[in-house]
Ligand binder design. Structure first.
Ligand SMILES: [Fe+2]
Length: 268
C-alpha cells in the first residue's frame, strides 16, 4: 500500500541511487545532478497537481512515488551513452522499468499499484498519452506526463534565460541554432497538436516542440500553472518574431486562457 511512510523510504533509496552515479567526471555529474533535481521536482509537482485535483491519502502518496520512479533510467542512460537523447541511445522509460524490476522496487506496492507504476512509467515519454486501459492506470500516467512537462519547463526556461546556446548536448541535444523551422514542426504547431521528436532539426524546432506541449497536457491545474508561471512567454522570447511563431503562439495562448481537464480528473 502506498503511504507517506513508503514514499519516505523510496526517497531515501533514491538519494543513494542518484549518489551512486556521481563522482565519475564533471559531465556525468552534471547530468546526474540535473536528473536528481528533476526527479524530486516532479515528485513535488505530482503532489501539487494531485492536491489540486483533490487526491489525498494513498493516491497522493502513490502519485509522488511515480515522480520518484519515472526517470530512474536516465542515470544508467547517461552513464553508458553520454547523452539524454533517447533517439541517440535507448528509450529511457523502458530503462526505468528495468530498474524498477532489477532493484525490486515494486515489491512493496500492492499488485494493482505495481501494474499502474509500470504502465505510467513505461508510457510517460510516448509521443501521445495512452487513451485506452483501466481508468486508474491511464489517469496516473497522464498526471505523470503533466508533472514531468511542468518541471521540464522550469529547467529549459532557466537554460534559455542563461544566454545564447553553445551546442549543449544535455539541454539542446546539440541542435544547431539556425533560423529554419522544419515542415513537420510547423504543421503540428499550426494545427494545435504536439510536434514530433523525429522532426527536430534546429534549436528553434526544439523550442516550438516544447511550447506545443500545452496541447499534450491533460489537466486544468497543469495548464493554469503553465500560464501563472509564464513559461511559454519565456520560450517565445527566445524564438524569432516570425509570422509562423506569432500564429503558433496564438493557438498556444488560446489553450492556456481557459484551462480545462482533457481527461476525467480522478483515478476512480
Ligand atoms: Fe522521462
Amino acid at each position: 500500500m502506498a503511504s507517506a511512510k513508503l514514499l519516505g523510504r523510496y526517497e531515501a533509496w533514491f538519494e543513494e541511487y542518484a549518489a551512486s552515479y556521481m563522482g565519475m567526471d564533471p559531465e556525468a555529474d552534471r547530468a546526474a545532478a540535473l536528473k536528481r533535481e528533476h526527479t524530486l521536482k516532479v515528485r513535488d509537482e505530482m503532489l501539487f497537481l494531485g492536491k489540486s485535483l483533490g487526491l489525498s491519502g494513498e493516491d497522493l502518496a502513490f502519485a509522488a512515488i511515480l515522480g520518484i520512479f519515472h526517470d530512474l533510467g536516465r542515470f544508467p542512460q547517461f552513464a553508458k551513452y553520454r547523452t539524454l537523447s533517447d533517439a541517440g541511445s535507448v528509450n529511457h522509460a523502458a530503462l526505468s522499468v528495468r530498474v524498477l524490476h532489477a532493484r525490486r522496487l515494486l515489491d512493496r506496492l500492492d499488485p494493482e499499484d505495481r501494474k499502474t507504476a509500470v504502465f505510467a512509467v513505461a508510457l510517460h515519454n510516448r509521443p501521445l498519452p495512452p487513451s485506452r486501459g483501466p481508468r486508474r492506470r491511464v489517469f496516473f500516467c497522464r498526471l505523470l506526463r503533466d508533472a514531468d512537462k511542468l518541471d521540464i519547463y522550469r529547467v529549459i526556461c532557466g537554460h534559455y534565460q542563461e544566454g545564447p546556446a553553445k551546442g549543449d548536448e544535455i539541454m539542446d541535444f546539440a541542435l544547431p541554432d539556425e533560423p529554419p523551422v522544419s515542415a513537420g514542426v510547423e504543421e503540428a504547431v499550426l494545427a494545435g497538436r504536439p510536434a514530433r521528436m523525429e522532426d527536430l532539426r534546429t534549436l528553434n524546432d526544439l523550442k516550438l516542440f516544447q511550447a506545443a506541449w500545452v496541447f499534450d497536457m491533460n489537466f486544468a491545474p497543469t495548464l493554469k500553472a503553465v500560464a501563472d508561471r509564464g513559461y511559454v512567454e519565456v520560450i517565445r522570447a527566445h524564438l524569432p518574431d516570425t509570422p509562423l511563431v506569432k500564429e503558433a503562439f496564438k493557438n498556444i495562448s488560446k489553450r492556456l486562457e481557459n484551462p480545462q481537464n482533457f481527461y476525467p480528473p480522478s483515478p476512480k
